[in-house]
Design a protein around this ligand. Sequence first.
Ligand code: PLP
Length: 392
Amino acid sequence: MSQIYFDHSATTPLDPRVLDAMRPYYEAHFGNPSSLHWAGQKAKQAIVEGRRQVANLLHASLDEIIFTASGTEADNMALMGVALQYQPQDCHIITTAFEHPAILETCKYLERLGYSISYLPISSDGIVIVDALRQLLQPNTRLVSVMAANNVVGTLQPIQELAQITKQHGALFHTDAVQAAGKIPLYADAIPYDLLSMSAHKLHGPKGIGALYVRRGVSLVPLMHGGGQEHGLRSATENVAGIVGFGVAAAIASAEMSAEASRLVGLRDRIVAEVKERIPDAYLIGHPFKRLPGHICLGFDGQEGEAMHLMLALNEEGIAISTGSACSSHNAGQPSYILMSMGMDPIRARGSLRITLGRFNTDLEADTFLQVLPRLTEKLRHITSRSFAPVA
Ligand code: PLP
């Protein structure tokens, strides 16, 4: 049975070009970049190059990139790094109700410490309502954090306008770009964000390496204390091979972004159109085109309780998709807080499928998916209707 991977928002396969570049840094080039001898200097050069490549993806400067171990850590560093500069009563933060737990749980922690947090509302098509920001801003608002693209619905957020309003108010703007980086342009010379989080494993790079862009002049309180690496913001011996891999993944994404985005939009829109044609109860969740190039989120009227069964049945056929974000597999069967934040009723919010395409997906794989999905929804419909039939 052939295997089809349609879950790129959870993680992406490593690009072979990335693996080739990383391998020597697990073997011959094992030095500690802080060492002054040849082995250390080889590793240090590799970090400079990786930093240059990641900075280039954002049109940023080298000194604005801080490497972390993950997107989660970059998000924590941004929120905590700003908040801890202030007394809790002097720091209000604005975010949205449909952020990733890396943001939401950090906000909950800050609330427990006495900081105040407000949440921007989301429209029914999965986009933050910009006008609401003006109403929520307060004299002590220090930070606004809004994701660049949502991880479940795939919708792109108006970060340009949100960042501008935030800057006019004199606060800092952070965007969690873990899903968007490498897929859409996010240039620091075009969008006035101050902080931006990324994670290499979402753009065909390795796991265990992320980065926080910190605009020149923005100061943060470090969360990690030690040897002073990463401009004193993130002490720890650097993950050299990870940084090399992240750099090459970023360079490939920069070079191939526009051609790859057009290809994925074509594949995405074909799948959506044909699913709707072949499965009359299927509908697309979220804005039809303000979405990530390869991201599809589907609902099925009348089969909301079946999303998990459908995902497992697809898995039996070798097709990997998800019912929500990877993180929400822990609370399977619960309505998605992301869909609820868009005003969806709890029944509908229980039953979505997330199909996310990536670099190595082909038209042929889309054809197979389009044959298998209608067959499985039909089969599950029969089982569901039989289980509800009155007992004789
Ligand atoms: N932010 C968003 C929007 C995500 O989708 C994810 C992961 O799914 C993260 C943050 C966390 O990134 P990482 O897995 O690198 O910790």
